[in-house]
Design a protein around this ligand. Structure first.
Ligand SMILES: [Zn+2]
Length: 322
């Protein structure tokens, strides 16, 4: 069963929203877009592995997708963790295209037709480090010792995996996504005796869920983009910004579309990219409204929770918005 389902990371959702709002000629646009592509590729890789994990017998493992745990002052994030009373299995997914040469100290990726290569950290080292950190985490939280294995799963079906001769660990632990079920079967066959009881596995799963801390970062600060550079309501048809407020509808000057509620998506993106609260004046600025009255009217349509009165009123992002 999935104790933690796969979702798009906060960072990916923020990058999607920011790329949608940022002017294509903004100096930071290529960097933001480049990082969005990396995050999207990573997520597609995780989805591929998730697809296979979803066909496992539901009661055999507790599965945590995108688990991010604290250790000391830092955090570490595991793409997929499978726990049972017999063992644990940690999976790092990679979605790199091209020829992937696995060597002890690095991963070299060469795209087809290219003479240049990119060097990455060996994902097996990364998986092994996460395994060690997970052991520390269990020790710290007084969970009894349980054997944990790790795998690197290459999700991109077009990539060509090359393992450096004699690198036995990679032969054993690097697999394609379509072979992941077989690897899990082998692991479950090898570790066939329960080492902790049901009560402890329950405690362990509860601990993992309560300690899971999704990354939240200030994306505008990260790229040095000011909030005034991403204002305006976006046209749902041609994506141009801003649409003009006409009272009962919004008008796109580029494609002439008229729409009633594209401001809802804009407010959602404000909460996502800027902060989880908004005042009347901030809404005027962000939606490029003609008056405070217009903002009051739009806010009245949304029934957002608020604190404070009159001019000091602050509206809050509801738990599930829009
Ligand atoms: Zn338009």
């Amino acid at each position: 069963m999935f104790d933690l389902e796969l979702t798009k990371s906060n960072d990916l959702v923020k990058h999607e929203a920011l790329v949608g709002r940022l002017d294509k000629n903004h100096p930071k646009f290529p960097e933001v877009l480049g990082n969005l592509k990396k995050l999207s590729a990573g997520y597609r890789g995780e989805k591929t592995v998730d697809y296979f994990l979803k066909s496992l017998p539901p009661k055999r493992h507790h599965i945590f997708q995108g688990l991010r745990l604290p250790i000391g002052k830092n955090f570490f994030q595991i793409d997929s963790l499978m726990m049972s009373a017999k063992s644990g299995l940690l999976i790092e997914s990679k979605n790199y295209a091209g020829t992937l040469l696995f060597e002890k100290n690095q991963l070299t990726r060469t795209l087809s037709g290219s003479t240049e290569s990119d060097i990455f950290q060996n994902p097996l080292t990364q998986a092994n480090n996460h395994k060690i950190l997970l052991k520390y985490f269990f020790e710290k939280n007084k969970i009894p010792v349980i054997p944990i294995e790790h795998l690197v799963c290459v999700a991109n079906t077009t990539s060509n995996i090359v393992i450096s001769p004699g690198y036995i660990e990679a032969d054993k632990r690097v697999t394609r996504a379509e072979n992941v079920l077989q690897k899990i079967e082998e692991n479950d066959k090898f570790y066939n005796k329960a080492v902790i009881d049901d009560k402890t596995i329950g405690k362990l799963c509860k601990l993992l869920k309560t300690q899971h801390t999704p990354l939240t970062n200030d994306i505008l600060q990260k790229y040095g983009i000011h909030k005034s550079e991403i204002t305006g309501v976006q046209c749902p048809r041609c994506f141009s910004i801003p649409m003009l407020y006409r009272g009962r509808y919004w008008d796109c000057l580029s494609c002439q579309m008229k729409a009633r509620d594209p401001f809802i998506k804009a407010i959602n993106e404000y909460f996502l990219l800027i902060k989880p609260t908004i005042t009347n004046q901030e809404l005027v600025e962000f939606l490029q409204l003609p008056s405070a009255r217009a903002a009051t009217y739009l806010l009245s349509l949304l029934n957002l929770p608020y604190t404070g009165t009159n001019k000091g009123r602050v509206y809050h992002q509801p738990p599930l918005f829009p």
